[in-house]
Design a protein around this ligand. Structure first.
Ligand SMILES: Cc1cc2nc3c(=O)[nH]c(=O)nc-3n(C[C@H](O)[C@H](O)[C@H](O)COP(=O)(O)OP(=O)(O)OC[C@H]3O[C@@H](n4cnc5c(N)ncnc54)[C@H](O)[C@@H]3O)c2cc1C
Length: 111
């Protein structure tokens, strides 16, 4: 499940060439190209069914999962749940942090 209409998560937003390890994270390639490469692998996988524009709303106590897919609410009972929903910047709380000109670390990165 992915709530976006394109797979790739944060990588889709990244035009810069990746740093880090070539083996582990395709360093040297642009993030958006890495995203497309990985998306092709997943979407071409024989055993993987991809639902895009599908928001996972809730995992119930009995492990049933509630999903909003194309505006329709569905409940699935998966054999296994792998949560890879990414992360959000935890913006610091301080007086005046909502004033214009005050940015979080994510917004002030050089790329
Ligand atoms: C600007 C920037 C530059 C970066 N540069 C580098 C770099 O050079 N080298 C490096 O190694 N790393 C870099 N990173 C970090 C790297 O991109 C991320 O760590 C990585 O992409 C995270 O992958 P992920 O699959 O964990 O999460 P994400 O890419 O965030 O994917 C999570 C997906 O889950 C979806 N989702 C979330 N909640 C729900 C829900 N309830 N229902 C359905 N779908 C949901 C999201 O829409 C998203 O598509 C960078 C990150 C940023 C933001």
């Amino acid at each position: 499940m992915d709530d976006k209409d394109e797979l790739g998560g944060k990588l889709v937003l990244q035009t810069h060439k990746f740093f880090g390890s070539v083996e582990d994270s395709h360093a040297g390639m642009r993030g958006m190209d890495i995203g497309r490469l990985l998306a092709q692998k997943v979407e071409g996988g024989r055993y993987i069914e991809v639902w895009k524009k599908s928001t996972v709303l809730y995992v119930f106590d009995d492990k049933k999962v509630g999903i909003l897919k194309d505006g329709v609410y569905k409940i699935l009972t998966p054999k296994m749940i792998l949560n890879a929903a990414g992360a959000r910047e935890k913006f610091l709380r301080f007086r005046g942090n909502s004033l214009s000109g005050v940015y979080g670390a994510g917004a002030s990165r050089p790329w």
